[in-house]
Design a protein. Structure first.
Length: 104
């Protein structure tokens, strides 16, 4: 009985210590809408930021100059209602705000 109690306590301790992965609250509320796309776009800003996520507060990965052609594969409208595009360009893949792009 003592071994069983120790086993149960050890399992409970592991369950408490294990990280719990949950989706961000924006997903839970359904306020973020994403879909796949496939189109060519062109940057319009001379210092277009490419970000790690679809938010103006996300880390900037790099900047692209105006007139840079990109293949975008995903689009998301974030919780603030802003449209963002994901580009899969090598070494510059990330999210770009739609206001910095136009159709190619």
């Amino acid at each position: 009985m003592k071994k069983r109690a120790i086993g149960v306590l050890a399992a409970a301790a592991l369950a408490v210590a294990a990280p719990v992965l949950t989706a961000p609250s924006a997903y839970a509320g359904g306020s973020i809408k994403c879909s796949d796309t496939a189109k060519m776009m062109v940057t319009t800003n001379s210092m277009t930021p490419v970000r790690a996520d679809y938010s103006s507060k996300a880390r900037i990965i790099t900047h692209l100059g105006a007139g840079y052609r990109l293949h975008v594969i995903r689009q998301c409208v974030n919780s603030a209602g802003n449209l963002w595009y994901f580009t899969d360009k090598p070494y510059q893949s990330g999210w770009i705000y739609s206001g910095n792009l136009r159709n190619a």
